[in-house]
Write a protein that binds this ligand. Structure first.
Ligand code: FAD
Length: 416
């Protein structure tokens, strides 16, 4: 890993100033307030402004709707958007999947979607998880049945974050219940604004909005299929590996965040700033918590966790990042006391309630994008080179799951 400083040349410095001017103008307090109220991880106004500059897909060439940025400028843009606290979950899921859509989609459909994604008018959410298959994505039971040149889709997804502001779901379906689990799957880029799609919100303890999405006799054209029928698992591998930070040498050389965990830990950074501000505030007798060496030590320990998370690559960083948020957040709550748990919006909230928010937000990071336990398996297999887990009863369980999948013949789950 190369820790050396990147010296910006004049053009890069100018670009940095341009981005800072953009965030000052567009990522305003109203944007933050909207995010606090909705937890949607998205702001339409800012997203469209990014699209006008080609900054939704900044490394795409200009003629494709991007800005043709080199990796340094693209990194500067992402860093500044993070610093300005742009709600960017939906931009993230769109960027994660669009490359696979391009690779496996019908060329005419792809041309339309690529243009809209670049200008910001189309966004893509991840339609993987179901009530009985989260970690086990390949256990999906949402059915797609071919009817001439169309597909009829029935079933239910859960935790489909951003569905309410996306035009498409990157959807995994089961097209053959008789084939082995990973072989009977087909992927679609499902348009969400069609009859039979119903989106219901879930609001999490962490302040995020996610969704349940129901599909009742949803009809879509075959041109929305990605890759071959029953070949969905190979289509899904690319975005899954990206989400799991299993990048190849290309990813290691680039300026991308070195781990998915580093996205989360920016929140701990803000909570740490809030705790530091608290520690420097004098009490009526003039004493300040920061003058106590133990307080310095505890703040320093959280700062160290933060740095370690940002610097830990790949799937290890994913686990480290989530653990740092959970443990670091708890440490800050313990240090600052009840004041830390007053939520933003209350007149007594300290520093915008950042510690409280961070502590709540931390819990979900151990789950989405793959749980930390699943990432430990990935580390064992892909980093340490250990064999796949083969615990006692594994085969029996797999067989039982296959039988129960086959038994789910047709019932269409209805909205509650
Ligand atoms: C806020 C939020 C947003 C989300 N957004 C999305 C989204 O946009 N799209 C989407 O498709 N999904 C999304 N998810 C779903 C998320 O990916 C799943 O919740 C996650 O993969 C875990 O699946 P599960 O909840 O079914 O738990 P399960 O898979 O049932 O796991 C239960 C427990 O068993 C453990 N476990 C399971 N398998 C193994 C294993 N092989 N080895 C060791 N331990 C194991 C898990 O770690 C966990 O502790 C989101 C979830 C949350 C909470």
């Amino acid at each position: 890993m190369d820790f050396s400083r990147v010296e910006l040349d004049e053009d890069q410095q100018r670009f940095l100033e341009e981005v800072r001017a953009f965030t000052a103008e567009h990522v305003t307090e109203e944007v933050h307030e909207h995010e606090r109220q909705t937890g949607s991880g998205f702001n339409l106004g800012v997203h469209l402004e990014l699209g006008k500059r080609g900054w939704v897909m900044p490394e795409w060439p200009v003629e494709k709707g991007g800005a043709g940025l080199d990796p340094v400028r693209a990194k500067l843009l992402d860093l500044e958007l993070h610093r300005a606290r742009l709600p960017d979950v939906t931009m993230g899921t769109t960027r994660l999947t669009i490359g696979t859509v391009e690779k496996f989609g019908d060329p005419i459909m792809v041309a339309e979607v690529v243009k809209q994604v670049a200008e910001g008018t189309a966004r893509i959410c991840l339609g993987y998880s179901e009530t009985e298959s989260g970690s086990d994505i390949a256990g999906a039971k949402t059915r797609a049945v071919q009817d001439g040149d169309e597909w009829v889709i029935n079933g239910q997804k859960i935790w489909t974050t951003g569905a309410q502001q996306c035009q498409y779901a990157f959807l995994i379906t089961r097209t053959d219940f008789d084939l082995p689990k990973h072989k009977g799957l087909t992927m679609f880029l499902l348009p969400l604004e069609v009859p039979g799609v119903e989106i219901q919100p879930i609001h999490t303890y962490g302040g995020e909005r996610t969704n349940v999405v129901y599909f009742s006799d949803v009809r879509i054209s075959d041109r929305y299929r990605l890759g071959g029928v029953n070949d969905g698992w190979s289509v899904l591998r690319g975005p899954l590996d990206d989400e799991h930070s299993i990048g190849g040498p290309e990813a290691e050389r680039s300026f991308q965040d070195i781990s998915i965990g580093s996205m989360f830990v920016h929140q701990l950074e803000r909570a740490l700033d809030a705790a530091y501000a608290w520690a420097k505030t004098p009490a009526p007798d003039g004493s300040r918590p920061i003058d106590d060496p133990l307080v310095q030590y505890r703040l320093g320990a959280v700062a160290l966790r933060l740095e370690a998370s940002i610097s830990t690559p790949g799937p290890l960083g994913r686990v480290k990042g989530s653990e740092s948020l959970v443990l670091g957040g708890a440490e800050l709550v313990d240090l600052v006391g009840p004041l830390a748990l007053i939520s933003e919006g209350h007149p007594d909230a300290h520093a915008g309630g950042e510690i409280d928010y961070s502590h709540r937000f931390a819990q979900g990071t151990a789950t989405y994008g793959g749980t930390v336990e699943v990432f430990r398996n990935i580390i064992a297999q892909h980093v340490l080179g250990l064999p796949r887990a083969n615990y006692p009863g594994h085969k029996v369980l797999s067989q039982k799951r296959r039988e129960s999948s086959a038994a789910v013949a047709s019932p269409v789950p209805q909205p509650a």
